[in-house]
Write a protein that binds this ligand. Structure first.
Ligand code: HEM
Length: 541
């Protein structure tokens, strides 16, 4: 009797355990499914449905990398050969998917830029203004872009947000104050002068020099940036620059970008490419560390006040090496200074080097503009060295640079992600939706720029940006809003100094070896180089 009683109780107890176990297992499976499915399916599909309910079409969902692998394939195909004619119609080459997708889906549509990352294509200047300026607090840099940038330049001003960004931006801004910039003109002149003297020592025929200007301007811009922002370390930074070029080729190759975006943690896998990338990064960090340690020692020995007043000095002053109070703000670590230096050294020279390169190409193709610019420079300089006041007098040179930045902007597109629900120009933008703004396309929109949008016509800027196009927000080579380019005035000064000095000493034309083609690796650059023939002007001898 008692044994039967105990037996029934045992079965009942066991049954309860089975029910409990089954319920917990079901809950656990549901929880795991939610954790997996919510970010990769439910949330992105909710976002897409929200956009579709507003009449916006969407490309079909694809899991791994979304449309990105296909976009990269189209880009590789479009850039496989040089262009057969010299034309500025380069959107089909740089963003080849844009035309076909706009034709089938309209100008505003959703595509998938990365895994489970619905992205709205935005070309309306008023929407762009809200995203970048008036409602910028609702947006941040997109995760897929941060992933690739982290791989290339590490954690720095481009990838940080909120208070950390405000802190770094304030430090970096301090280098670009008007008075400090004026003091940098002399360094810009000295570096450019050295470059041109070197050209004159090259093999020559009838006072002509053939120069690969991409490389030359890359070296010039690095020399100027390292002297103005990092003190007397141009030799070490020249080496750093060469390593950065090598790193850029590896990290920003289409296949590496696709793998980085598609496979989480791809960069830590010990593939031959990743090992090579890590070796280069270690060497680059070593160079920066040596420069920083040397600066700290000079400050300790009393040879420098506050670590110096260049950009490196400002960063070190705000770092844990600095012994002043930071009013509750976290000090930068030396690693933060190294990371930030990767970003600044990249942004500080690659962009300006390409601006100069495209300018030389366009002035070679348009000798009448080359001549007008030269006449202006000769008249203003009148044989005297360039200074800040003369730079401000260059009207034609400024218009030319503005037009070059319209047709060949260093940054071809911008991406952001909505971090809260918001409304932009009447469209409801749900949290999690990415927005993609193709600057290249915006700068060529005939609605904004007229039927001659694809032509090089610097005079469209004669009355300023507001008169050059219907809506001034259609011109954003330096972006706009709070994350606008911190170095834009520096870049324009540097380009004016270099261009005006070249114009005074040489006339130039494209070499017969030049092949027209563009690609983006970090910035928009000539895919097949830019060989140019420089003729020494007799008036300068
Ligand atoms: C022709 C030359 C240049 C062009 C066309 C250019 C363009 C741009 C653009 C479009 C952005 C916005 C990027 C984005 O939000 O995704 C940007 C940001 C930035 N640029 Fe430039 N840039 C140039 C030169 C420079 C120079 C010389 C520096 C010097 C350090 C610099 C430093 C930066 C920095 C630090 C940012 C990030 C700002 C932030 O997120 O707060 N740029 N630039």
């Amino acid at each position: 009797m008692s044994s039967t009683h105990v037996g029934t109780g045992g079965w009942a107890g066991a049954a309860w355990w089975v029910i409990l176990f089954t319920a917990l297992t079901v809950l656990f499976i549901k929880y795991v499914i939610c954790i997996i499915l919510e970010p990769i399916w439910w949330k992105p599909m909710r976002i897409v449905r929200k956009m579709q309910s507003q009449g916006i079409k969407a490309r079909p969902y694809q899991l791994l990398g979304g449309d990105f692998p296909e976009m990269m394939k189209l880009v590789e195909a479009a850039q496989s050969e040089p262009m057969t004619v010299i034309s500025h119609d380069i959107v089909p080459r740089i963003l080849p998917f844009l035309g076909p997708w706009c034709a089938s889906l309209g100008t505003i549509y959703v595509f998938w830029l990365g895994t489970a990352s619905p992205t709205l294509n935005v070309v309306d200047p008023e929407m762009i203004k809200e995203i970048l300026s008036t409602k910028s607090s609702c947006f941040q840099r997109a995760a897929s872009e941060k992933k690739v940038l982290n791989e290339f330049i590490g954690k720095g001003i481009f990838t940080i947000e909120d208070d950390e960004w405000t802190h770094h931006r304030r430090i970096i801004n301090s280098m670009f104050h008007t008075e400090k910039l004026k003091g940098m003109v002399g360094t810009m002149v000295t570096s450019t002068d050295k470059l041109m003297k070197r050209w004159e020592t090259l093999d020559q025929k009838d006072s002509c020099y053939e120069v690969e200007v991409c490389e030359e301007f890359y070296k010039l811009a690095m020399d100027i940036f390292s002297r103005t922002a990092y003190g007397n370390n141009h030799k070490q930074l020249k080496k750093f620059g060469r390593l950065q070029v090598e790193l850029k080729k590896l990290v920003l190759s289409p296949s590496q970008i696709v793998w980085t975006i598609v496979i989480p943690g791809y960069s830590i896998l010990p593939t031959p490419n990743n090992r090579h990338i890590n070796r280069i990064k270690r060497n680059m960090n070593r160079i920066l560390d040596e420069i920083i340690q040397a600066r700290l020692q000079r400050a300790e020995s009393g040879k420098l006040r506050d670590y110096g007043n260049d950009l490196l000095g400002c960063l070190l002053y705000e770092s844990e090496a600095g012994d002043h109070e930071t009013k509750g703000r976290k000090k930068l670590s030396i690693n933060d200074v190294i990371d930030e230096s990767h970003s600044l050294l990249f942004a500080g020279h690659d962009t300006t080097a390409n601006l100069l390169t495209w300018t030389i190409m366009l002035l070679s193709l348009h000798p009448q503009w080359q001549e007008s610019a030269r006449n202006e420079v000769l008249e203003i300089c009148n044989g005297k060295p360039i200074d800040d006041e003369k730079l401000r007098g260059f009207k034609i040179v400024t218009m030319i640079l503005q037009e070059v930045l319209r047709l060949y902007p260093a940054v071809a597109d911008l991406t952001r992600v909505a971090v809260k629900n918001t409304t932009i120009q009447g469209w409801i933008i749900p949290e999690g939706l990415q927005v993609w703004m193709p600057i290249l396309q915006l700068h060529r929109d005939p609605e904004q720029w007229g039927d001659d949008a694809l032509e090089f016509r610097p005079d469209r800027f004669a009355g300023g940006v507001s008169k050059a196009c219907k809506n001034p927000q259609s011109y954003i080579p330096f972006s706009c809003g709070q994350r606008t380019c911190v170095g834009q005035t520096f870049a324009m000064m540097e380009a004016k100094v270099a261009l005006s000095m070249i114009l005074q000493r040489f006339s130039f034309q494209l070499s017969s070896k030049y092949k027209h083609g563009q690609a983006t690796r970090g910035v928009l650059h000539p895919q097949f180089g830019m060989p140019v023939i420089f003729h020494k002007l007799t008036s300068f001898e």
